[in-house]
Write a protein that binds this ligand. Structure first.
Ligand SMILES: [Ca+2]
Length: 311
């Protein structure tokens, strides 16, 4: 059997981040070296507490958790309390966390872990790209050991925070630019893909049938997330964006993709944070990202449900 794939998960929980953590921690193909936390859906204080709460509740006591950047590189902070609530993870009531974050800063952890990973490591960012960009700026040598970055963010069509921009990229467009222009292998798991991962009632039913503490937590998270997605976007079910990026690292068959040029708009007021995707290859610029296209829904939900059964 092939060795497990070393990963660092960089999150801003966030309902879908929470489920992404639960998948990443219980898939036998992944070796989750640590969870780094960034401000995004809520302030860093809240996204960190949510990460600790989820890991503590799920009994994930051996995965180190690191607090990272509290603000975007350049811009004023933007949060998504309309979608994730005042705590960033509204819905369930968590018992007091028994876990604490490590003393080390997330950016230092990313740098040290990547430098040490001579056999390669994969980064999975599911929040704004501030931590990852800072690590790349501070220690460019980490690129030598990074196999790929599979990130949730962007869109080759519409945005969800502005008409042009998806939330994670909009929050820190300058950081996204650093990552997309790093020369690393990038896979962009954007809204076009993640909106195919809607948790319809039959999926929620399958999760509810598992009936352990963690699957029941996921059902509660989906209830709140479904409510806000319906209120804000008129969606008929909540999409599990971040889980798609983790699933795509576990199994390349989770989605199809197309290699293309992706540039990040940071100058325009109207289009700030847009991932400008050269879908038809009309500009003479080197392709720099695999852009996710079509989700294999059956495989995706099976991976998540198998992981939840292990709690
Ligand atoms: Ca997220």
């Amino acid at each position: 059997m092939a060795d497990k794939k070393k990963i660092i998960l960089d999150v801003d929980p966030g309902h879908d981040d929470a489920v992404a953590i639960l998948l990443a921690a219980k898939n036998e193909k992944l070796d989750l070296k640590g969870i780094t936390v960034v401000a995004g859906n809520q302030t860093l204080e809240k996204t960190l507490q949510n990460t600790l709460n989820v890991c503590s509740f799920a009994g994930l006591n051996d995965i180190p958790i690191f607090a990272g950047m509290a603000k975007p590189l350049v811009r004023e902070q933007v949060i998504a309390d309309d979608i994730h609530g005042d705590s960033g993870l509204d819905g369930p009531q968590f018992p007091k966390s028994t876990l604490k974050e490590e003393d080390k800063h997330a950016v230092d952890f990313i740098i040290e872990e990547c430098l040490a990973a001579e056999d390669g490591i994969t980064l999975i960012p599911t929040g704004p790209l501030t931590n990852i960009a800072m690590a790349l700026i501070r220690e460019p040598k980490i690129k030598e050991n990074i196999d790929e970055i599979v990130l949730m963010g962007g869109s080759y069509t519409l945005g969800n925070t502005t008409p042009a921009a998806e939330f994670n990229i909009y929050v820190d467009g300058e950081a996204a630019k650093v990552v997309f222009e790093s020369g690393l292998d990038i896979t962009m798991v954007g809204l076009d893909l993640t909106h195919q991962a809607k948790a319809y009632p039959e999926i929620v039913e399958r999760i509810a049938e598992i009936d352990n503490d963690v699957s029941n937590l996921v059902v509660e998270l989906l209830k709140f997330f479904g409510y806000t997605y319906n209120r804000v976007f008129d969606f008929d079910a909540p999409p599990l964006h971040d889980v798609c990026a983790v699933a795509g690292v576990i199994d390349k068959d989770v989605f199809t993709s197309r290699k293309m040029r992706v540039d990040i708009e940071t100058d325009s007021e109207l289009n700030y944070g847009r991932t400008v995707c050269d879908f038809y290859g009309v500009v003479d610029k080197e392709a720099n990202a695999e852009v996710a296209l079509d989700l294999n829904k059956e495989l995706f939900w099976d991976l998540l449900i198998e992981a939840l059964k292990k709690y």
